[in-house]
Design a binder for this molecule. Structure first.
Ligand SMILES: Cc1ncc(COP(=O)(O)O)c(C=O)c1O
Length: 550
């Protein structure tokens, strides 16, 4: 009888990895590998260590995301710097376990690969990336600084300029952009009419001692365009006016609590959501901010009841809030909005619509136009001034009159003339043209094309969200696998000249047929690569960029 010899406690095979035969000197690289536990012990993240070795010495430690039982596989990643010593080097992977007794080997080496580290002229992207990594903490680097692809392409990291829906990076590569300046360039980058309006204003200084005449002119336009706008104040960021709205509501009602739904910026009152102390804001004993889910009336009712007499405002993004990168992203529910306003007013609370994203994108120009739901205050930003930095708080005059002087809102830059000139032109365009209808039509067309591609490729995914803010969501129950899928799609879209993150799609009116055709080709390519990687779970062999958050 042949008896099977017991497997060692620590053993592993490398199912696949992304170490290429050649690497440029000193590049930033994400290593991806899939290991199978072929030993007799379960790998526990606490005691089991996986390391990438360079010439036998540890280069980076890779974290196990979960326990890995015998026979199971795990996909790991880590970002490292390629050595600056040119020549052949041995990259290896070692699995070790602190808890294995002295009598047994405590580690296994499932992979050894020789890589040639070669000289390569530094790209502008790599030069800027190194500067940013040293000096600028919160710069968005789409691939955490990874710029080099094994196939010779360069991932986008820094912009040179942008026109229409196309952004050119510092390497001269052109990308069809689906983030559009984080939603500001609804009219396209460098829109001719906006550029002319700014150019015409350049003869004067930007920040003047006296209020520039453009400020009341833009305020008048807003009052004309928004039914309940009787008073207006301006800011630079969306966060400025979100904070001003909350202060105004608290000062007007004399109440502290805010119920909210959606994203309302980065300032102190709102980061309570993420934990004050961790965000660097002094903790306080009693929470003042309470979240409800989109269109969930029962939750709003309950919160109003729980905080009776203390709610200053209900603040919400009225449509398309992304609850996660997997959705849902519900469209506006007019009955919900009307009911919220009714409930709030019955309780003596105000309603603030944050239309920073929906403003000028939603049919009729805003959710309040489309649904006839009338908030007390409204925040606008993003597309308000055709891509220039300007935000506005508009609302009922009596609220402004009662409290605007008390909320200490006096930003130096709020009257900056070039952005006001751009806003006057942008608002004129929004009055003349049905921009939102075009966004809806472009978005719906894109949704149809991408859903058809997914069906053709056999990938269980669909485009979700209202047409002004959509994303491709995978019907994959495993969150870790879903993150690998999203990351691979993003990587391949970059290579095909599409700029997005998390498959987010914010169309602008500058997305022309050529751009949409290019988008379809890029998704076709990305979905095909995805199906290849999914066969046999070979993601690690295809991935090069760091994982997107799950
Ligand atoms: C709905 C909404 N509100 C507020 C903000 C904050 O605006 P800003 O980043 O201009 O401060 C954003 C920004 O993305 C937003 O989408």
């Amino acid at each position: 009888m042949i008896s099977e010899s017991p497997s060692p406690a620590i053993n592993a095979i490398c199912v696949c990895h992304n170490f290429p035969p050649r690497l440029p000197v000193h590049e930033v690289r994400t290593s991806w590998l899939t290991l199978e536990n072929t030993g007799s012990r379960t790998w526990e993240p606490r005691t089991c260590k996986v390391a990438v070795l360079l010439d036998g010495s540890p280069l980076i430690a890779l974290e196990l995301p979960h326990s890995v039982v015998r026979g199971a596989r795990v996909t790991l990643h880590g970002v490292f710097r390629v050595t600056n010593v040119v020549g052949a080097h041995e990259l290896g992977v070692r699995v070790s376990d602190d808890n294995v007794g002295d009598l047994e080997p405590q580690s296994a080496t499932p992979l050894r690969a020789v890589v040639d580290v070669v000289e390569r002229a530094a790209t502008e992207t790599a030069r800027l990336r190194d500067r940013v990594l040293e000096t600028h903490a919160r710069c968005w680097l789409p691939c955490d600084g990874v710029s080099w692809s094994s196939d010779g392409s360069i991932y986008p990291n820094f912009a040179r300029d942008a026109r229409g829906c196309r952004l050119t990076d510092v390497e001269g590569r052109q990308f069809v952009d689906y983030l559009m300046g984080w939603g500001c360039a609804l009219l396209g980058y460098s829109n001719e009419r906006i550029v002319t309006a700014i150019a015409d204003a350049l003869h004067s200084g930007a920040i003047l001692t006296l209020t520039h005449h453009l400020m009341p002119e833009v305020a008048d336009l807003l009052c004309e365009m928004f039914p309940l706008a009787e008073a207006v104040t301006f800011g630079k960021n969306g966060s400025d006016v979100c904070t001003a709205a909350v202060r105004l509501a608290r000062a007007h009602t004399g109440r502290p609590v805010v119920l909210f739904c959606g994203y309302h910026g980065w300032q102190d009152w709102y980061v309570e959501r993420f934990g004050l102390a961790s965000a660097g804001v002094p903790e306080r004993p009693d929470p003042l901010l309470f979240q409800f889910q989109p269109n969930n009336l029962a939750q709003v009712r309950q919160l109003l009841q729980d905080h009776r007499g203390r709610v200053a405002a209900i603040m919400l993004e009225p449509a398309g809030v992304l609850e996660s990168f997997q959705g849902p992203a519900k469209d506006a529910d007019p009955a919900f909005l009307h009911e919220v306003i009714e409930l709030a007013h019955r309780e003596g609370s105000l309603v603030i619509f944050d239309e920073i994203m929906t403003g000028f994108r939603y049919p009729g120009g805003s959710v309040q136009h489309a649904t006839a739901a009338r908030p007390d205050l409204t925040c606008l930003g993003k597309a308000l001034s055709g891509g220039m930095p300007l935000s506005a708080l508009i609302g009922r005059r009596d609220i402004f009159n009662s409290a605007i002087g008390r909320i200490s809102y006096e930003p130096t830059f709020k009257g900056e003339a070039y952005s006001l000139a751009a806003a006057r032109e942008a608002l004129t365009i929004y009055k003349e043209q049905d921009v939102a209808a075009r966004i809806w039509s472009i978005g719906n067309g894109l949704r149809k094309r991408l859903n058809r591609l997914c069906a053709d490729c056999g990938v269980a995914a669909e485009v979700i969200g209202p047409p002004f803010r959509m994303l491709l969501a995978f019907a994959e129950p495993d969150g870790r696998r879903r993150a690998l899928m999203r990351t691979l799609i993003q990587q391949e879209l970059f290579k095909m000249g599409i700029l997005t993150t998390q498959n987010l799609l914010l169309p602008s009116i500058a997305h022309d047929d050529a751009a949409l055709d290019a988008t379809e080709r890029a998704f076709d390519h990305a979905l095909r690569i995805l199906t290849e990687a999914m066969e046999g779970e070979r993601f690690a062999a295809y991935l090069e960029i760091p994982p997107l958050p799950a």
